[in-house]
Design a protein around this ligand. Structure first.
Ligand code: SF4
Ligand code: FES
Length: 483
C-alpha cells in the first residue's frame, strides 16, 4: 500500500483512497458540505480544501485520491498532506464568508439549529466577520409537496439533495434553476416530492436548514431530544435508526448510518414516520378475561392441555424463546405475518419481506405459512390451547381471518397484544404487552445479522414485556387485576 503523510504523520492507505477519508482515518475531520459518502462527489462547496506538497494550488480532499507508489521507490511518500496550514485556514474562512453572504441569521427559528454544519464550521473555521453590505436575497418558503418545505434563503447550493433524487431515489424531482447569484434549488415545474417514498432523506442530507420536514418543523429544539440507537421494525432489513425522544414521547426517527454501508444512510418515509405508532402512553393496560378464576388458574389449566404457540414475526428473539417454552412440543410452534413490501429503492434495498424477525423465529423452531395445518390440528382435537402473540399490522386480511378461526375453534386462547384488536376480543385471556420501543431485545434480520434495540419509552403501568409475562404466569405469581 502507498505511504502518505498527513500533517507529518505517516500512514499506509489503499490506492484510490480519498484524501478526505484518509484524514478521517487518522482522526482529522475535514469540514465539508457537498461531499456525502453515498453520493457522487462534485467538489462544489470548496470547504474541504487541503494543501498537498508539490501541487500549485490547494486541492479538494473530496475528489483527490491517493495514487500508487513509483515502482522503483515503493517505500517513498506518495503524498504529503497538510490540513492545518495558514493557507488552508485562510481558504476555509474565505469559503465560509462566501457561503454566509446570502444566508440569513435566523438560527433562533431554524429547525437545523443545534445540528447545523454552517453553524459548527462558521464557529470553528469562519473569520467571524463579513464584508457584505448589500441586501441579502429573499425568498418565501415553499412547500415541495406535503412532506418537505424549502427555505431557499438558507441554501448553500451544495446539490446533495439534487444528487440524492437523481442517484438514490431516482425520481430526479429536484434541480437547480437560474444562474450566478440567482441560483436556486427547486423542483421541475409541476413536480412535488410527494410521490417519492424516500423524500424525507433530503432533510437529513441537507447540511443547513434549507430543507425541513413538515412533520418535525418547529416542533422541538434538537438539544432537548435524547437520541437512542435502535432499529426500525418496518421491514426485514431492520434498518439502523436513531430514535429521538423527550418527555416519554418519540419526536423523530432518522437513519443511523454505518460506515461503508450506503444503504444505511437512508430510510423510507414509511419507516421514518412509523414512530407515530409507538407513542401509545394512554392505551388501555387492563388484563381482560372471559373465564372464571384467577389469571394464574386460567393459565395453569390451559397449559395442562396440548398447547400451540403462534407468534407474529415482529417480536424479539428473547421473547420468542420464552413464549416457545409454553408449546407442548417443538412442532407446535407457528410463525405468522405475511406482509410483503414493494421495492422502494431498487439499487440499494432489494428485499421485500415485511417481517423483521422471520429468521430469528425460524431459528427458534417457529414455522411460517403453516396456520392451515394448525387449524386442522385444532379441529381434530390434537391441540386445545392456543397462545397468540399478535401484531395486526403485519397480517393480510386472509391471515387475520384464519387466526380468528383458530382462536374461535381452540378451547382456550391466550392473546398478547400492544393494543387490543378485534381478534384479541375473542381471547379467553388477553394480556397487554409492551411495544418494541418499551423493551430490550434483538432480532435477526434478513441478512442474518443480530440487530439489537433498547428501551426508549416507559410503558404504561400494567403493560409488561412478553418475557416478564411468561415469568409471572409460569411461576403463578400473578395477582389477578383483570376486568
Ligand atoms: S437545499 Fe440543502 S441539500 Fe439542497 S443544495 Fe441547498 S443546501 Fe444543499
Ligand atoms: S466537500 Fe469537497 S468541495 Fe465540497
Amino acid at each position: 500500500m502507498p505511504k502518505i503523510a498527513i500533517n507529518g504523520k505517516e500512514i499506509d492507505v489503499p490506492v484510490g483512497t480519498l484524501v478526505l477519508d484518509a484524514c478521517k482515518n487518522v482522526g482529522i475531520d475535514i469540514p465539508h458540505y457537498c461531499y456525502h459518502p453515498a453520493l457522487t462527489p462534485v467538489a462544489t462547496c470548496r470547504m474541504c480544501m487541503v494543501e498537498i506538497k508539490g501541487m500549485p494550488k490547494l486541492a479538494t480532499s473530496c475528489t483527490t485520491t491517493v495514487g500508487p507508489a513509483p515502482k522503483d521507490q515503493p517505500d517513498s511518500l506518495v503524498m504529503e498532506i497538510f490540513t492545518d496550514s495558514p493557507q488552508v485556514a485562510d481558504a476555509r474562512a474565505g469559503v465560509m464568508e462566501f457561503l454566509l453572504m446570502n444566508h440569513p441569521l435566523d438560527c433562533p427559528i431554524c429547525d437545523q439549529a443545534g445540528e447545523c454544519k454552517l453553524q459548527d464550521y462558521s464557529y470553528t473555521y469562519g473569520s467571524g466577520d463579513s464584508r457584505m453590505h448589500e441586501a441579502k436575497r429573499r425568498y418565501r418558503y415553499e412547500d415541495l409537496g406535503g412532506k418537505i418545505v424549502i427555505d431557499k434563503n438558507r441554501c448553500i447550493h451544495c446539490t446533495r439533495c439534487i444528487r440524492f433524487t437523481q442517484e438514490i431515489s431516482g425520481g430526479s424531482e429536484l434541480t437547480v434553476a437560474q444562474r450566478g447569484a440567482n441560483l436556486e434549488v427547486t423542483t421541475y415545474s409541476g413536480k412535488s416530492l410527494d410521490s417519492n417514498p424516500y423524500a424525507a432523506n433530503v432533510v437529513d442530507i441537507c447540511p443547513v436548514g434549507a430543507l425541513t420536514s413538515r412533520d418535525f418543523r418547529f416542533k422541538k429544539r434538537v438539544w432537548y431530544l435524547t437520541a437512542v440507537p435502535s432499529i426500525c421494525r418496518e421491514s426485514a432489513l431492520a434498518a439502523p435508526v436513531w430514535i429521538d425522544h423527550e418527555g416519554n414521547q418519540i419526536h423523530r426517527m432518522r437513519p443511523r448510518p454505518i460506515d461503508d454501508r450506503k444503504e444505511t444512510h437512508f430510510i423510507s418515509d414509511r419507516e421514518r414516520y412509523s414512530y407515530k405508532h409507538y407513542n401509545l402512553q394512554d392505551r388501555p393496560s387492563q388484563i381482560i378475561k372471559q373465564q372464571d378464576g384467577t389469571i394464574s388458574e386460567i393459565f395453569t389449566q390451559a397449559m395442562q392441555a396440548l398447547t400451540a404457540v403462534v407468534a407474529q414475526g415482529t417480536i424479539g428473539c428473547d421473547a420468542a424463546q420464552k413464549v416457545a417454552e409454553c408449546a407442548s412440543s417443538p412442532s407446535h410452534l407457528y410463525g405468522s405475518g405475511d406482509l410483503r413490501l414493494p421495492i422502494d429503492l431498487a439499487h440499494l434495498q432489494k428485499e421485500t419481506d415485511g417481517i423483521i424477525n422471520r429468521k430469528g423465529l425460524e431459528q427458534r423452531g417457529f414455522r411460517f405459512g403453516q396456520l392451515e395445518s394448525l387449524k386442522a390440528q385444532i379441529a381434530q382435537g390434537h391441540i386445545k390451547t392456543v397462545i397468540l402473540v399478535h401484531d395486526q399490522s403485519v397480517s393480510s386480511e386472509e391471515e387475520t381471518a384464519l387466526l380468528m378461526q383458530i382462536l374461535k375453534t381452540a378451547t382456550t386462547s391466550i392473546v398478547f397484544e400492544v393494543l387490543q384488536s378485534e381478534l384479541g376480543k375473542l381471547a379467553t385471556l388477553w394480556l397487554p404487552m409492551t411495544s418494541y420501543v418499551e423493551e430490550n431485545d434483538f432480532v435477526i434480520n434478513i441478512n442474518g445479522e443480530i440487530c439489537r434495540y433498547q428501551k426508549v419509552l416507559k410503558a404504561p403501568d400494567g403493560c409488561n414485556t412478553l418475557v416478564h409475562w411468561m415469568q409471572c404466569l409460569r411461576s403463578s405469581s400473578l395477582v389477578s387485576t383483570a376486568s
